[in-house]
Unconditional design. Structure first.
Length: 464
């Protein structure tokens, strides 16, 4: 029986454990905090739970345009509707713990041993877990990453915060300054604005989310500004300090922004220090991420890695797939290398932004030749009914064959709508095939098939 030891119980670790157990391996997971790791306990699950609450609140704010009127309340809010932040945070934490418990129960049901401890490599086939030393045939490192700290803006857990400290706030921030306008910054900025906080978003670039689809980022920034958010472009933060009643953010150009709280969202650093990786022959890059190939192998024989500690698209879905691939490869199963071109991703803003496959910038640079169509959501019948005016569906396909290369969806629940495009990309379907697929009418999904119809290739007449 193959002995597999997994260091880290996040998505990369527990998904690897489930696959390994099902294939008959003897599996041990070494996890300090709890099954699910930071993804479930402090990051992805809590943040998306908070965002779900903020979307419900925003729906109340937007309901007037649909003919729903509220009475009562003199605080300037909708009908006196208010956010009970302690109750919101309590639900966030309880849901995270419940999700961790559910996952732990599934892992236990498969016969996986879980050791509550920190783990480190003694050599490529020996793991030290607390006071135990475990010999392994295969080791998988899946230790995740942690919020990056900007010198001069160290979180104190009270006024200067990272996102893992938000759920201990006793009340809604009066004015939240969010430093960093990437995915995490954009998500939290939008959520707290909808919950009722004044929000200033500090972006070091000329627009929000500079690494995402430009059309999508433009739509979201327009929505945020319309909702009253102060978006400061080309404003790199130099330091953050406490004031008697809040915080002051000093920008590199000398300007300042003042608020009640500051949320730092300036990236992630891998949890790879103190694991004995270099001593075991596991190569790291200049930023401390574990270097892996497309089947999750590291430079040390028998040692694999998965998840955020590898720096390969920091998504829970990618971590989970890396973990599964590692096990399949290690146990000699048929395995397909990780295909980043088929990874679907979602930004849980309101509206959401979902993407898969090639990006617009690759087409504009000439790297990839593709036909493009973009349909505004405002023309969709279901969107009109529900009062959704912001967003679009964009599809890319090869010019001659019509093979779907990718797409972007900006819409409510875009995370659900992108699945059709994701399947098309993964299975190399053509726009003709997608166009001939039935979509419910009326539905937001109908914009996906309509975009495909607009990209359909005209048939070339042939002689008889």
């Amino acid at each position: 029986m193959t002995r597999i030891v997994i260091i880290g119980g996040g998505p990369g670790g527990y998904e690897a454990a489930l696959v390994a157990a099902q294939l008959g391996a003897q599996v041990t997971v070494v996890e300090q905090e709890g099954i699910g790791g930071a993804c479930v306990l402090t990051d992805c699950v809590p943040s998306k739970t908070l965002i779900a609450t903020s979307v419900r609140k925003q729906a109340l704010l937007d309901a007037e345009s649909l003919g729903v009127h509220f009475t009562g309340g003199d605080d300037g809010d909708v009908g006196g509707v208010r956010v009970d932040l302690p109750l919101v945070n309590k639900r966030v934490k309880e849901l995270a713990q419940a999700q961790s418990a559910d996952t732990a129960a599934r892992v236990a049901a498969e016969g996986v041993e879980v050791i509550r401890a920190t783990g480190r490599l003694v050599d490529p086939q020996v793991v030290k877990a607390g006071d135990r030393t475990i010999k392994a045939d295969v080791v998988i490192v899946s230790t995740g990453a942690t919020p990056r700290v900007l010198p001069g803006a160290e979180p104190d857990g009270e006024r200067i915060l990272n996102w893992r400290q938000l759920y201990d706030l006793p009340e809604l921030p009066e004015h939240l300054i969010v430093v960093g306008s990437g995915v995490t910054g954009a998500e939290f900025a939008g959520a707290y604005r909808s919950l009722g906080s004044e929000v200033t978003l500090v972006s070091s670039r000329d627009r929000m989310m500079p690494n995402e689809d430009a059309d999508a980022a433009e739509v979201l920034e327009e929505v945020y500004r319309r909702r009253g958010m102060n978006v400061m472009g080309r404003s790199r933060a130099a330091s953050v300090r406490r004031t008697p009643h809040g915080v002051q953010v000093t920008l590199e150009d000398g300007r300042t922004a003042e608020g009640s709280h500051c949320l730092m969202t300036v990236g992630m650093v891998p949890n790879t220090a103190g694991l004995g990786l270099a001593e075991a022959g596991v190569a790291l890059d200049a930023n401390g991420f574990i270097q892996v190939d497309k089947v999750s192998r590291t430079s040390a024989p028998g040692v694999y890695a998965a998840g955020d500690c590898t720096g390969v698209l920091m998504l829970a879905s990618v971590a989970a797939m890396q973990g599964r691939i590692a096990v399949w490869h290690a146990l000699g199963e048929a395995v397909q290398p990780l295909r980043l071109a088929t990874v679907a991703a979602n930004i849980f803003t309101d509206p959401e932004i979902a993407t898969v496959g090639v990006a617009q910038k690759q087409i504009e640079s000439g790297e990839i030749e593709a036909n493009v169509v973009k349909l505004p959501l405002a023309t969709n019948a279901r969107a009109k009914m529900q009062g959704f005016n912001d967003g679009f569906v964009k599809l890319f396909c090869r010019p001659h064959t019509g093979i779907v290369l990718g797409g972007v969806v900006v819409a409510p629940r875009a995370s659900e709508l992108i699945l059709a495009v994701s399947i098309a990309v993964h299975e190399r379907l053509t726009v003709d095939q997608l166009a001939h697929t039935f979509a419910v009418y009326p539905s937001l999904a109908g914009s996906v098939t309509e975009a495909a119809r607009r990209l359909m290739q005209p048939m070339t007449p042939t002689g008889i």
